[in-house]
Design a protein around this ligand. Structure first.
Ligand SMILES: Nc1ncnc2c1ncn2[C@@H]1O[C@H](COP(=O)(O)OP(=O)(O)OP(=O)(O)O)[C@@H](O)[C@H]1O
Ligand SMILES: [Mg+2]
Length: 265
């Protein structure tokens, strides 16, 4: 019942966002100049974001939330009708700054609501599949929804038997419906980052990890335990393993973009 309600609320929010879309799009392009930072990191971040789903794992303080901010910053170059967020923030402080963006369909840090948020995302996905079926399409052509979870271990401990199947369903079917997962965790152990999660989330960043075992569980080999405490990542994708430096978006830049968009909320 509550899930259905959340589904309806999300649908209403989605309709409102679509209306604001054109208007917001152009004013964003006018207001935000291309900083040097954007020009250099944008193509790489876009490439990462073209993955169906992403997992970011590493020790506490290794820069998981910095990476999520980097992705959100990049996605905020798009208008609310093109990109939407469902933000799940069990730690209460990691994603709260994005709560009032017009892109944010749902923000939750309450245990009781997190499962409904996942169900809401599944409902969006299923509605999109129904629409695709009706139109004879194999790929959804509308906007992208990003379900962002920071921190996954805290979410899954609420009730693994319920949470994991929901996350897996989104991971398995989300791609064609433009519903994506970005999952961060500081506990890349086998009981959290399970084999089934890895089969479905094939693009994975290992930031600095406490042990070689953690590194192996994320990217299939040792190495992330030797990275500096933050700022570098090993990136595993179906095309192989790469080593990247990770830029950090300065708070002032993030605030500027957030302030810009909040005018349209
Ligand atoms: N890529 C980076 N460049 C520069 N500084 C960074 C980078 N990544 C992390 N840091 C520094 O490390 C701090 C901690 O990063 P962050 O909050 O992203 O860690 P985290 O992995 O999310 O930790 P936690 O598990 O506690 O949430 C940042 O506030 C920043 O000072
Ligand atoms: Mg964090």
């Amino acid at each position: 019942m509550l899930t259905q309600f959340i589904g309806l609320v999300l649908q209403a929010i989605d309709e409102r966002r679509q209306k604001r879309r054109a208007e917001a799009k152009y004013s964003y392009q006018k207001t935000i100049p291309c900083t040097t930072l954007r020009i250099t990191i944008h193509p790489q971040v876009m490439e990462w974001l073209s993955a169906p789903h992403l997992l970011i794992a590493g020790a506490t303080g290794s820069g998981k939330s910095v990476m999520i901010n980097l992705f959100i910053h990049d996605l905020l170059s798009k208008a609310p009708g093109d990109v939407a967020f469902i933000l799940i923030d069990p730690k209460r402080v990691e994603l709260v700054q994005f709560k009032d963006l017009p892109h944010t369909m749902l923000y939750t840090s309450e245990r009781s609501e997190m499962i409904h948020a996942l169900n809401g995302a599944i409902q969006i996905m299923e509605d999109r599949y129904r629409e695709m079926q009706k139109n004879g399409q194999r790929k959804y052509t509308g906007g992208h929804v990003y379900v962002i979870i920071d921190e996954y271990a805290d979410l899954i401990v609420t009730d693994k038997k319920i949470v994991e199947p929901l996350v897996l369903r989104l991971a398995q079917l989300g791609r064609a419906a433009n519903v994506h997962l970005i999952i961060a965790t500081q506990r890349p152990t086998r009981d959290i980052v399970t084999g089934s999660i890895k089969v479905n989330v094939c693009n994975r960043f290992a930031l600095h990890c406490p042990t070689a075992q953690d590194s192996r569980n994320i990217i299939g080999q040792n190495g992330a335990e030797l990275l500096p405490p933050y700022g570098e990542a090993l990136y595993y994708s179906p095309t192989g393993l790469e080593h990247f430096e990770i830029p950090m978006i300065p708070d002032s830049e993030m605030d500027r973009v957030i302030q810009h968009w909040e005018q349209y909320t």
